[in-house]
Design a protein. Structure first.
Length: 118
């Protein structure tokens, strides 16, 4: 599976962005999809994940209630809707695909930069 993340950019605090993660292959729906982020000087951290059928989601406490993960298996794409963005959300966001729950991530996409200004 090859993953391509997109949708990052510069946004003011309080604003919104939607990230997309496009996947190749015909087995997309069999994978748990996850979003991670890494801020400068910090370790990569988990943001959200979603089961293959989209029925179960899980979020980091720091984004719960503000971010929503979703997927469209017909389009082989996962999304991360980010609302009420804060400066501390500034990071490079990456998507990953894995199996089991909690998943072991086997495939990673390149990151997309999200910058939140005050």
């Amino acid at each position: 599976v090859q993953l391509q993340a997109s949708g990052g950019g510069l946004v003011q605090a309080g604003g919104s962005l939607r990230l997309s993660c496009a996947a190749s292959g015909r087995t997309f729906s069999s994978y748990v999809m996850g979003w991670f982020r890494q801020a400068p000087g910090k370790e990569r951290e988990f943001v959200a994940r979603i089961t293959g059928n989209g029925y179960i989601t899980y979020y980091a406490d720091s984004v719960k209630g503000r971010f929503t993960i979703s997927r469209d298996n017909a389009k082989n794409t996962a999304y991360l809707q980010m609302n009420r963005l804060k400066r501390e959300d500034t990071a490079v966001y990456s998507c990953a695909a894995g199996s089991s729950w909690p998943p072991r991530y086997e495939f990673w996409g390149q990151g997309t930069q999200v910058t939140v200004s005050s």
